[in-house]
Write a protein that binds this ligand. Structure first.
Ligand code: HMG
Ligand code: MG
Length: 305
């Protein structure tokens, strides 16, 4: 892959919607994923097969996954916490999963009711089965810079968990700034620590939430470090119900504006991502946070009444 090519992993339909207060109808979710596919996004995390008690918003994940149009060449991973989730993923026809753990023991306990060691024990059979079935597996490490319960997390703690995910069979590891506390000087620290721990740079993704407005600056620093996979959500939706106060992911529109302006290629049409956000925005109870989306909306002028 050329050094100027960046892969965007669109997580709006999962990370974005999981934290929305208003129940979003299944039809709207399906249309949202289809619109994101039409925008040229190469990877779209379509939903989560977690406990519906933990995340009621995504309880309809099975139906959403079955109904979305699967564009050739587009990957549609789903978030899976355990073997039950993998059963649902397989039954729905998913070809790619994402497992998730954290660099913080307390966050993991709140999020998935497991210690870090227990989480690995829980998804070892999930990864084994998925790989045997020919599925691709992504692993998330949450709280790589900080935890809402434990405070600052030392980079080696995040790197240890990232390496364990690779050793467990993950194809790719996404480092999550779950609560959006990281600043650019911390990005090389954690990336270098992961690479030193044996995680290949080409298999590292960065996943920034934008709680304090540092996400795009962190992306720019990640690019300087050679990272070429970034997670984002259309409109800047998102957050984690188990990370109090955490805002949405860096917005896909804002990320695209930055990347294209800096000369990187993504294959994604920014105006079509904004159209997907616009179509969804009526179903969520707030204005999408994306600055670029807002600028595009202003340029369109007032909506007809
Ligand atoms: P638990 O209560 O310890 O597990 O939850 P359990 O196995 O005892 O199950 C409890 C109930 O849930 C049972 O139902 C199970 O059948 C059911 P009951 O018998 O009480 O009626 N259940 C399921 N149902 C459907 N699908 C499943 C499933 N599993 C169990 N897969 C568990 C443990 C992990 C299941 C739960 O805590 C959970 O689902 N947590 C998910 C929380 C979550 O989705 N958080 C947000 C995603 S992570 C994130 O956003 C961070 C990330 O974006 C990166 C970053 O930003 O850092 C990835
Ligand atoms: Mg997240």
């Amino acid at each position: 892959m050329s050094a100027s090519r960046v892969t965007i992993v669109e997580v709006g339909p999962r990370d974005g919607l999981q934290n929305e207060a208003a129940a979003v109808p299944t039809d709207v979710k399906v249309a949202f994923v289809d619109a994101l596919s039409a925008a040229g996004l190469p990877v779209i995390e379509a939903t989560a097969f977690v406990s519906p008690k933990a995340i009621p918003q995504l309880a309809d994940g099975d139906e959403v996954f079955r109904r979305i149009a699967k564009r050739p060449g587009v990957r549609y991973p789903v978030l899976v916490p355990n073997e039950k989730g993998l059963d649902r993923a397989e039954a729905s026809g998913a070809r790619e999963i994402a497992v998730f753990t954290a660099a913080s023991e307390t966050f993991n306990r709140k999020n998935i009711n497991a210690s870090i060691d227990e989480s690995f024990a829980r998804f070892a059979p999930v990864i084994r089965r998925a790989r045997t079935a020919g599925m691709r597996v992504r692993g998330y490490v949450s709280c790589v810079f900080g935890c809402p319960y434990e405070g600052a997390i030392p980079p080696p703690s995040a790197a240890r968990v990232a390496r364990r995910l690779i050793d467990a069979g993950c194809d790719e590891v996404s480092l999550g700034d779950t609560i959006g506390v990281g600043v650019p000087t911390q990005v090389p620290e954690v990336v270098e620590c992961c690479v030193d721990a044996g995680v290949p740079l080409s298999r590292l993704a960065l996943h920034f939430h934008d709680t304090r407005g540092t996400a795009l600056a962190n992306v720019a620093e990640g690019l300087r470090q050679g990272v070429r996979i970034f997670d984002s959500s259309a409109g800047g939706l998102g957050g984690c119900p188990y990370a109090p106060g955490a805002a949405g992911n860096v917005a896909t529109e804002d990320l695209l504006y930055l990347l294209h302006g800096m000369g990187y290629e993504t294959g994604v049409d920014l105006s079509l991502v904004a159209a997907a956000t616009r179509a969804l925005s009526g179903a969520i109870a707030r204005r999408p946070a994306s600055r670029v989306y807002q600028a595009l909306e202003s340029a369109r002028g007032p909506r007809p009444v």
